[in-house]
Design a protein around this ligand. Structure first.
Ligand code: C2E
Ligand code: CA
Ligand code: CA
Ligand code: CA
Length: 279
């Protein structure tokens, strides 16, 4: 609506309020979703590039709305974050993922870890260490099989309080990952200040591997730097054998992506591990 004059402006504000209404509608639907438990978790395998084995999974939330169908997390997580609903949703994700990982551990004894995404508001508003402690106790999952994935924006403020929270979570054996690495601002200082165990290279860089030289250089540099600092590296969004070969050649520790496995329901992974056992 790039019209000049009065009408153009009116059109523009009408469009804005429509957008606001849509958000409002989605926010209300999200409340209902929490009450009626319309969420599911899917799990994407993570492959260890040294052994070639699946060593863990990442839990990814799915919202199955009765009328709208599947709503992608990219369109509701920001609203959940704004409205504060993310705290309840995040608790549910953590509880469900840990219970599932423990069920797999008891059934298959593969030592598979589960990675859970933690959003900034969830991290700030809650006594997260106490929640993690309680969820581990309730599920029986060993802390060593849980990973929390954090984003840079979460680390940006109140550094000392954040470090204390992270230390307290780590003391339970839980690992900490920095998600979407390379997409934020001051990534490098975070690596020095926070007690992180691994870095996930954003798929924006992985996409350019074996084709765009700058992305290859950045990826090599991230891997070298992480290793020098004693951290492991996971590449996300691996879609082609060429990308995988590049990551293997440059000693990336682990990888996730459609090439290696899509996010899937827990039952589908059970079938996979059953098949693995029968081989
Ligand atoms: P993320 O944590 O960076 O998760 C990776 C996203 O990339 C997932 O999208 C995954 O399905 C997708 N993906 C995996 N492999 C490939 C690939 O090879 N190619 C491409 N193009 N995509 C791939 P998804 O599940 O739609 O989640 C989007 C984002 O929503 C996540 O990004 C995360 O930031 C957020 N999210 C998902 N689940 C949760 C949750 O339980 N809690 C919170 N706070 N955020 C979540
Ligand atoms: Ca993630
Ligand atoms: Ca990511
Ligand atoms: Ca992302």
């Amino acid at each position: 609506a790039k019209h000049d004059g009065r009408n153009g402006f009116q059109f523009y504000s009408r469009e804005m309020s429509e957008q606001a209404r849509e958000r409002e509608t989605l926010a209300r639907a999200l409340h209902t979703a929490v009450d009626e438990n319309q969420f599911e978790l899917h799990y994407q395998p993570k492959l260890d590039l040294g052994s070639g084995r699946v060593t863990g999974v990442e839990a990814l939330i799915r919202w199955r709305h009765p009328a709208l169908g599947m709503v992608p997390p990219s369109s509701f997580i920001p609203i959940a974050e704004e409205t504060g609903l993310i705290v309840d949703i995040g608790d549910w994700v953590l509880r469900t993922a840990c219970a599932q990982a423990q069920a797999w551990q008891q059934r298959w004894q593969l030592g598979l870890s589960v990675a859970v995404n933690v959003s900034p508001r969830q991290f700030r508003q809650h006594d997260l260490p106490a929640t993690v402690r309680r969820v581990l106790d309730d599920s029986g999952l060993a802390g060593g099989l849980l990973e929390l994935e954090l984003t840079e924006s979460l680390l940006m403020h109140q550094t000392d309080a954040v470090i204390e929270t992270l230390r307290s979570i780590k003391s339970m054996g839980v690992s900490l990952a920095l998600d979407d690495f390379g997409t934020g601002f001051s990534s490098l200082s975070y690596l020095r200040r926070f007690p992180l165990d691994l870095i996930k290279i954003d798929r924006a860089f992985v996409a350019g591997l074996a084709s765009i030289e700058a992305d290859e250089a950045i990826t090599r540099a991230i891997i070298g730097m992480a290793h020098a600092l004693g951290m492991a590296v996971v590449a996300e969004g691996v879609e082609t054998p060429e990308q995988l070969a590049f990551l293997q050649a440059h000693r990336c520790d682990a990888a996730q992506g459609y090439l290696l496995g899509r996010p899937m329901a827990a039952a589908a992974l059970d079938a996979l591990w059953q098949a693995q056992r029968n081989r």
